[in-house]
Ligand binder design. Structure first.
Ligand code: HPA
Length: 279
C-alpha cells in the first residue's frame, strides 16, 4: 500500500464516520480495548455504534474475542470513542496498515489515545491480575507503521518517541487507581512487543527480561507509534493475564488469557472511567 493510498483510506473512513455523528459528539479522546475488555463500553452513554465492516477504507477484525465495533458517547463525562476490537500483525496486516485505526481517530479529532492490552508478566514481582501502566516499549522486530514515504498530513518524517507514553497521564493514572474503591495499586513498566501468534519460548522470555521488558504482548506498539507520529498524548495499560512462558510449570493458553482478562475487566473499566473523569 502506498502512503497516498494509506492517507486516502484514512480520510475516506474519517469522513464517513464524521457524517454519522452530530458535531457535538465528535470525540477528542480515543480508547482502543484489548481482548475480552469490551465491558469498558458498558459504562459508556452510547450515542452511536458503528461496525468496522461498514466503514469504508477501514480494517476488518478477524479475532473472535474482539467485537469489531466503534462506540461513540460519554464516558467519565468526556466525549469519547471506544474501539472494541483491534488489529494485529499476526492476523496478516502489514505494520503500515496497522496505522489506519489511529490515523482515522486523529482525523476525526482525537488528541488523547488510551490503549489497553492483555500481556504476559515478565517481571518476577508481577502477578496475574496486576495492571501495568506502560512507561515505555521495546519493539525490536518488524517494520515501523511509518515505513515508506512520510504522510506529512499526520507528522514529520523523523519523530521523537522519548516520551511516547505521556508522563502526566501516567501520573494521573496512578492517582485515579488509588482513588478507586477498593483502591488499586498499579505497576509501571516496559511493554515488550513480540509478533506472535505463538506465545514466546522460555528462552525468549529470559532474553526479554535481560533487555528490560516487564510485560510481553503482541499488540499496541503500532498504535502508540502512530499516535506519537500524529502528536497525540498516549496512555497505555497492560493487564497481566498470565506469567510469561517458562515462569510457571504450565503451558500458556488463549483461554487462560481470556479468563484473566474477563476477571479484571471490571477493574479496568472503573480505572478508565476514573482516568477520564480526572482528565
Ligand atoms: N505473550 C504474548 N502476548 C500475550 C501474553 C504472553 O504471554 N499474554 C497475553 N498476551
Amino acid at each position: 500500500m502506498s502512503a497516498t493510498e494509506n492517507v486516502k483510506r484514512c480520510q475516506q473512513a474519517a469522513l464517513w464516520i464524521k457524517a454519522q455523528l452530530p458535531t457535538e459528539w465528535i470525540p477528542t479522546i480515543g480508547i482502543i480495548l484489548g481482548s475480552a475488555m469490551g465491558s469498558v463500553a458498558e459504562r459508556m452513554d452510547i450515542c452511536k455504534t458503528l461496525d468496522y465492516r461498514d466503514i469504508p477504507g477501514f480494517l476488518v477484525t478477524t479475532n473472535v474475542s474482539h467485537a469489531g465495533k466503534m462506540y461513540f458517547g460519554v464516558l467519565g463525562g468526556k466525549i469519547t470513542c471506544i474501539m472494541s476490537g483491534r488489529f494485529h500483525h499476526y492476523e496478516g496486516y502489514s505494520y503500515e496498515e496497522l496505522s489506519i485505526p489511529v490515523r482515522v481517530l486523529s482525523l476525526i479529532g482525537v488528541k488523547t489515545l488510551i490503549v489497553t492490552n492483555a500481556a504476559g508478566g515478565v517481571n518476577e514481582s508481577y502477578r496475574v491480575g496486576d495492571i501495568m501502566v506502560i512507561s515505555d516499549h521495546i519493539k525490536l522486530m518488524g517494520d515501523s507503521p511509518m515505513l515508506g514515504p512520510n504522510a506529512e498530513l499526520f507528522g514529520s518524517r523523523f519523530f521523537d518517541v522519548s516520551k511516547l507514553y505521556t508522563p502526566a497521564l501516567r501520573t494521573l493514572a496512578h492517582h485515579a487507581a488509588a482513588s478507586l474503591n477498593p483502591a488499586v495499586t498499579l505497576k509501571e513498566g516496559v511493554y515488550f512487543f513480540m509478533g506472535g501468534p505463538q506465545f514466546e519460548t522460555p528462552a525468549e522470555i529470559r532474553a526479554i527480561r535481560l533487555l528490560g521488558g516487564d510485560a510481553v504482548g503482541m499488540s499496541t506498539v503500532t498504535e502508540t507509534l502512530t499516535a506519537a507520529h500524529a502528536s497525540m498524548d498516549v496512555l497505555g495499560f497492560s493487564l497481566i493475564t498470565n506469567m510469561a512462558a517458562g515462569m510457571l510449570d504450565q503451558p500458556l493458553s488463549d483461554e487462560e488469557v481470556g479468563v484473566a482478562a474477563r476477571a479484571a475487566s471490571g477493574t479496568m473499566s472503573a480505572l478508565i472511567e476514573k482516568v477520564l473523569q480526572n482528565l
